[in-house]
Design a binder for this molecule. Structure first.
Ligand code: SF4
Length: 718
């Protein structure tokens, strides 16, 4: 693509939820120069290796540049935009007319910009009239959303990055931040240099790169987090370390939650045995938490991606509520989001069980408020199917058309072979993407060329709920179009009003106005919604173009003053109707599938440092590929000996759901009884390295988030 006329463009990294600011410029040799944006409060000019290599990933190799339709012989044929859009709109309309609105679905992505997400959600819930829109963020942080809603009454984010710097104890649970959120981790590392009293506890079954900085590492047995935090709650409660005044004034349900915690976890020795950690280490953690006022507990995929993910989240929040350590500087539970715009997606209702602007599908008044604002012909009145169930419904023929945007479910979803069967059976598979050849696109009937990072314009929201602009600095290649525009084009062809926008600035304005629409109106479920972008309405194109990164509702400021979310939490009025936070009783339960004779090892999955998702972008960079050039199975040397696989040789791991092949390695800090495989590699290589095919499709009953960290598997030499 050609560079646009601007010399240097401030934009945002498209990878992890840290949301670093990037300055992109054109070098004399025509290549794209990338630097950290010194003005951006997420990174103050720093970038990790993935962000630094962004300039190596913007070439057009393999790009999808024109709409394509698969012919009767299975060959993709180029066609004009008008024909492609007419085809998608008419097929969707015909299926809805014959089978009803729940016979179609959208499966979207945390890679979409907020404006794209908003339009997709509006089309599906307000015009088609179904909530069958879900996102790959379901695989990432939906347990955190569900935990927040249960505890706070709203998906509040009670911590910002600055709180990490004010804390005296940082606890990271199920988070390899050194690799997965590098710039946030480096902030903690620099602080430890200047403030040695700051302690870091890492709770993770693996000894990861993050543990190198830790004062204490608790290598818990996979899936035992609830036992650990119930034990902490019990320890705090019975040693006079709880904050009775806070509990009395601002919460509900303490006694019930404590009774459940006490039932299995009152004795630290029992907890240590169940979690398979040293009692001395367990007590060291409990004492550190109990005796440190300023504690931030950061958690990530090791907590969320579990059949008990929501309970894990609430068991952590319970400990912060029990000590009153929330809504104060340097304290609180903190969900570190995986994707660049997982947060923006949840703000506009990109999950199948949410409406826009953090309103609830199951609340009649909320549905009325959204429909009233949109003036839409209908509004979905029941939750749609969450990601795993959505593809199951496609496989069973209940959903007959699916439009996939900016994601590759054939690789990334659990039980990925079922996803393959589903897409093979589906009457209409539409894929909006930037790359032609992916595992998913090989099964699509229609490919729609979307704009990529560097070409598209809009906003993203990071883990601390800071809204930043992604700005275009490259021209649109071929016939590629922004996702919001493609969706609007189809919506209009389906006969719907409400999709005429001159640009993303108008969509952002509508989204901001909706968040403020009738906000504060009393209803049975909630007194008010904290999420309110009233202060960001009315921006014209120029103001939107110039928008600096901003936390909104604004949180704690560097001079110590607060507003927005933090103020709500500072006066400790939460979003439940009575203004009180809820303790949630979290009865510990084991992972859905235990190791057995046939499948004796537990598969854990996750990211590596230099790759992102299914590598459609990072795979283009020689710099990034050199860190870890191929997929691997990390296994303890004694287990390798036991199961007859050799380091450096190929092995096949299999589960009840599928199999994959990769090279065996040691040294990844894995305990006996487990294996670790990265999520990135796909089925396009000679041997199918899709770990998604092996992962079990069990989900958390509240959040619907899959259990990516605990699948029983067997291993054999390949
Ligand atoms: Fe990008 Fe995350 Fe690295 Fe920042 S830390 S540069 S957002 S990948």
């Amino acid at each position: 693509p050609l560079a646009l006329a601007v010399a240097t463009t401030s934009t945002t990294c498209p990878y992890c939820g840290v949301g670093c600011g990037v300055s992109a410029s054109m070098k004399d040799d025509g290549r794209i120069g990338i630097q950290g944006d010194a003005q951006h409060p997420a990174n103050f000019g720093r970038l990790c290796v993935k962000g630094s290599a962004l300039g190596e990933t913007v070439d057009l190799d393999g790009r999808l540049l024109h709409p394509q339709l698969r012919d009767a012989q299975g060959q993709l044929q180029q066609l004009a935009w008008d024909q492609a859009l007419d085809h998608v709109a008419s097929k969707f309309s015909a299926i809805i007319a014959e089978h009803g609105p729940d016979a179609v679905a959208l499966y979207v992505s945390g890679q979409l910009l907020t404006e794209d997400y908003y339009i997709a959600n509006k089309l599906m819930k307000g015009y088609i009239g179904s909530a069958n829109i879900d996102t790959n963020s379901r695989l990432c942080m939906s347990s955190a959303v569900a935990g927040h809603k249960r505890a706070f009454g709203e998906d509040l984010v009670p911590v910002c990055y600055e709180d990490l710097e004010l804390a005296d104890l940082v606890v990271l649970v199920g988070s390899n931040a050194a690799w997965c959120h590098p710039i946030l981790f480096q902030r903690i590392a620099r602080l430890k240099e200047t403030r040695p009293a700051l302690r870091l506890v890492v709770i993770d079954p693996r000894r990861t790169a993050t543990c190198e900085l830790a004062d204490l590492h608790l290598p818990i047995k996979p899936g035992t987090d609830v036992w650990l935090f119930n034990g902490l709650m019990s320890y705090l409660a019975h040693r006079g370390l709880r904050d009775n005044a806070f509990i009395e004034a601002h919460t509900k349900g303490f006694d019930e939650a404590l009774a459940v915690a006490d039932a299995d976890c009152a004795d630290p020795a029992t907890v240590a045995r169940l979690c398979k950690i040293d009692l001395k280490d367990l007590l060291a953690f409990y004492e550190a938490f109990a005796n440190t006022e300023k504690v931030v507990t950061g958690f990530s995929m090791g907590v969320n991606q579990s059949s008990a993910g929501t309970d894990k989240v609430n068991s952590i929040i319970n400990c912060h509520l029990a000590t009153g350590r929330i809504g104060k500087p340097g304290m609180g539970p903190f969900s570190i989001t995986g994707q660049p715009n997982a947060m923006g997606g949840r703000e506009v209702g990109g999950l199948a069980n949410m409406l826009a602007a953090h309103m609830d599908l199951d609340q009649p008044l909320h549905r009325q408020i959204v429909q009233d604002f949109w003036q839409s012909p209908r509004i979905a009145d029941k939750p749609g199917l969450k990601a795993v169930d959505m593809f199951r419904a496609i496989e069973e023929g209940r959903i007959k058309a699916v439009w996939i945007m900016a994601t590759n479910p054939m690789v990334s979803l659990p039980d990925a072979d079922l996803v393959q069967r589903a897409l093979q059976k589906c009457e209409l598979v539409v894929s909006s993407d930037v790359i032609t050849q992916t595992d998913t696109n090989a099964l699509a009937h229609v490919l729609l060329p979307a704009l990529a990072w560097g070409e598209k314009d809009g906003t993203v929201t990071n883990s601390e709920r800071r809204i930043s602009r992604q700005r275009a600095f490259l021209s649109a290649p071929g016939e590629a179009r922004g996702d919001w525009r493609i969706i609007c084009d189809v919506a209009r062809r389906m006969g719907f009003d409400g999709f005429d926008f001159a640009g993303p600035h108008e969509i952002f304005d509508e989204h901001a106005r909706l968040s403020a629409h009738r906000n504060g109106e009393a209803d049975a479920s909630r007194v008010r919604r904290v999420f309110n972008l009233a202060g960001l309405t009315g921006m014209d194109r120029a103001a939107y173009d110039a928008l600096a990164p901003i936390q909104w509702p604004v949180q704690r400021l560097s001079d110590g003053s607060v507003s927005g979310t933090a103020r709500v939490l500072e006066d400790h009025r939460f979003s439940h109707a009575d203004g009180r936070a809820r303790f949630v009783p979290t009865a510990p339960r084991s992972a859905a599938h235990a190791a057995c004779e046939d499948y004796p090892l537990i598969l854990n999955t996750g990211r590596v440092r230099d790759h992102w998702h299914t590598m459609t972008r990072t795979g283009r960079s020689a710099t990034l590929a050199s860190h870890i050039p191929e997929s691997f199975i990390d296994i303890h040397p004694q287990d390798a000996l036991l199961y007859g696989v050799r380091e450096g040789g190929l092995a096949r791991i299999s589960s009840r759901w599928g199999a994959m092949v990769a090279r065996v390695q040691h040294g990844g800090g894995i305990a006996r009884g487990s294996v670790f495989v990265p999520i990135h590699w796909n089925g396009q290589s000679a041997s199918d390295a899709r770990v998604g095919a092996v992962v079990n499709p069990v989900v958390d009953p509240v959040s619907g988030e899959p259990e990516f960290k605990h699948t029983p598997v067997a291993i054999e030499e390949f």
